[in-house]
Design a binder for this molecule. Structure first.
Ligand SMILES: Cc1ncc(C[n+]2csc(CCOP(=O)(O)OP(=O)(O)O)c2C)c(N)n1
Ligand SMILES: [Mg+2]
Length: 595
């Protein structure tokens, strides 16, 4: 047996479980871990500027690539509490991250020691396991179990809290013969898949709702294959966006109250049967359940048994990993196709495509100040099929999901359920760390950016280049819009006269100078105020990220008040602008009205 400090065993296990990159911030109580990291020498460490940032970096890192597990590290007390938002975001969207915290020595935990807080208790509802390890010999088992839990069933985060003396105590551990524990994933049976398929075949106008569980299972190809075999349209959820390319003839649009297209909702309302795979019937997707469910039957496939029936009772359900269920469904669909048992769906598919061809919102506005819709039109022109978008929340994110195009799984990386402001910058850096060669584009409003802008320095220091499109309306725009219901515009204005900005400049009354901020943090930055300048600025940004290998900010100054389409039911989404009347009104729509 090899004798080593418990913390050296922990680092050896990280290595064995495939961890190559950590996001963290040292402090006295976690210094033993950092000494083990230095001695190991094979794991890269990215130093965050805020510990919450480290936790979101870890999440972006996980989401970027199948099999990745992002790890964030902090000292005790406030470092742990700073990462709680990251644990919430990760658990809400079923994303595994491992959060490691230092802690006061075991004998002093109950003595109100400096920075001793019961972080395991605080993290409990947000994690699959949250453990303060009190026995040094338990450290290897705690890490082994952490990876097993993060990868099994519904993925999610784990917190391991390590008292200083536990880290330092020597134990016997043999890294050479360490093995990760087997991963548990329930699998649909053939009989279950056959029943789901029978119900879908019996319907006249069936749909597949494709959720983020398909991306987690790395099973998007199977989803597309199933849709093609059956010739059944697909509505991806916000978390499932990218499972089927936007321009695929069976991609029917997204449904929902905000991040949706008119044609997606119309098709959902026209359907008589829905097969939901790896989705959770999120309320921003369904809206009111009576409208969503009326006239439709539902089958729900989910990896987590207690998710079945949580939002509404489905007509049939299967507890299964999305990939395993799709494998069975594809095999059966192939057999039924070969024996000529599949019904002809061409009329229903054509009706869905016709809605997708004609029901467009207008994006082409020439106004100065710029209208936000135009920004997405120009982004569609500037960025290719491989572009990876990262966003969090706000009108900017909602409009992005209405107008941008996504063609591959993991190319829309969004904090869907928790939507914590500030997530975008660090999560994007995590994506860049995982996929340094990708074109990564972050999109935020001004407020989201201001929450965690300090993390841009991390991008500059560690050469994590990406393009940050910041749409600046000098407002908490989404909240301003929702305050219309109270007939107020109260405490949501970010505008002020910045004493450092000459009053002759158009941005004088917009408050924060984001360009100066980005430059101060070691990044490049451009500002755009004319819609004709958006595309050239994005093209310049593409060159700058290659030349300088740092984040490049493109700030687009918007008109201050623009309401974005949204509603309270999927059959009453309110439109605030004229709809597209001709192809010129929506020139980058995924299918042109001219086609
Ligand atoms: C930590 C946190 N606090 C509050 C909110 C509520 N919230 C959602 S969007 C938003 C305003 C976003 O403003 P901005 O980033 O400028 O985007 P815009 O809507 O203007 O495009 C707020 C306050 C939140 N999502 N997260
Ligand atoms: Mg704003």
């Amino acid at each position: 047996m090899t004798r080593m400090r418990a913390i050296d065993a922990a680092v050896a296990i990280l290595d064995k479980e495939g961890v190559t990159t950590l996001f963290g911030l040292p402090g006295a109580a976690i210094n033993p871990f950092y000494s083990a990291l230095r001695d190991h020498g094979g794991i890269k460490h990215i130093l965050a500027r805020h510990v919450e940032g480290a936790s979101h970096m870890a999440e972006g890192y996980t989401r970027a690539k199948a099999g990745n597990i992002g790890v964030c590290v902090g000292t005790s007390g406030p470092a742990g509490t700073d990462m709680i938002t990251g644990l919430y975001s990760a658990s809400a969207d079923s994303i595994p991250i491992l959060c490691i915290t230092g802690q006061a020595p075991v004998a002093r935990l109950h003595k109100e020691d400096f920075q001793a807080v019961d972080i395991a208790a605080i993290a409990k509802p947000l994690t699959k396991m949250a453990m303060t390890v009190l026995e040094p010999a338990q450290v290897p088992g705690a890490f082994q179990q952490a990876f097993h839990l993060m990868r099994s069933g519904r993925p999610g985060p784990v917190l391991i809290d390590l008292p200083f003396d536990v880290q330092m105590t020597e134990i016997d551990f043999d890294p050479d013969t360490y093995e990760p524990l087997p991963v548990y994933k329930p699998r649909a049976t053939r009989a279950q898949a056959a029943k789901a398929l029978d119900m879908l075949q019996a319907a006249d106008r069936p749909l597949i709702v494709a959720g983020g569980g398909i991306i987690n299972a790395d099973a998007s190809d199977l989803l597309v294959e199933l849709a093609e075999l059956l010739n059944v349209p697909v509505i991806p959820t916000l978390m499932g966006w990218g499972t089927i390319p936007d321009d695929h003839p069976l991609m029917a649009g997204m449904a929902g109250l905000q991040t949706s297209q008119q044609y997606g909702n119309a098709t959902m309302l026209a359907a008589d049967h829905v097969l939901g795979i790896g989705n959770r019937w999120a309320n921003r997707h369904t809206g009111g359940l009576s409208v969503y469910r009326e006239g439709r039957t539902f089958v729900h496939v989910d990896i987590e048994p207690t998710q079945i029936g949580r939002v509404f009772p489905p007509d049939y359900s299967i507890v299964s990993d999305a990939g395993a269920a799709l494998t069975e469904l594809v095999a059966l669909a192939r057999e039924r196709r070969d024996s000529g048992e599949l019904p002809d769906r061409s009329e229903w598919v054509a009706a869905c495509q016709e809605r997708k061809r004609t029901m467009h919102r207008r994006t082409h506005f020439d106004n100065i100040p710029i209208k936000p819709q135009r920004v997405y039109e120009e982004m569609n022109k500037a960025f290719g099929r491989d572009t990876r978008y990262v966003s969090t929340i706000g009108l900017s994110q909602i409009a992005a999901a209405q107008f941008l195009h996504v063609y591959q799984p993991r190319n829309w990386i969004n904090a869907g359920q928790a939507g914590p402001l500030g997530w975008t910058v660090p999560a994007t850096l995590g994506v860049c760390a995982a996929d340094p060669d990708a074109t990564v584009v972050a999109l935020t409003g001004d407020y989201d950016f201001q929450f965690m802008m300090e993390e841009l320095a991390v991008g500059a220091q560690f050469n994590l280049p990406y393009i940050h499109v910041l749409v600046n309306n000098a407002y908490l725009g989404l909240i301003r819009q929702s305050q219309r219901g109270f007939d107020m515009d109260y405490c949501v204005q970010l505008a002020f006269d910045n004493i450092n900005t000459p009053s002759t400049e158009q941005i004088a009354g917009y408050g924060v100078d984001h360009v100066k901020l980005a430059e101060a943090l070691g990044c490049k930055a451009l500002r755009v105020q004319d819609p004709a300048e958006i595309l050239p600025a994005l093209e310049t940004a593409k060159k700058l990220i290659v030349e300088h290998r740092v984040p490049v900010l493109v700030e687009i100054v918007l008109e201050r008040v623009t309401n974005i389409s949204m509603g309270t039911e999927i059959d009453n989404v309110v439109e605030f602008e004229e709809l597209a009347l001709s192809a010129q009104d929506a020139p980058t729509a995924v299918i042109s009205m001219l086609d």
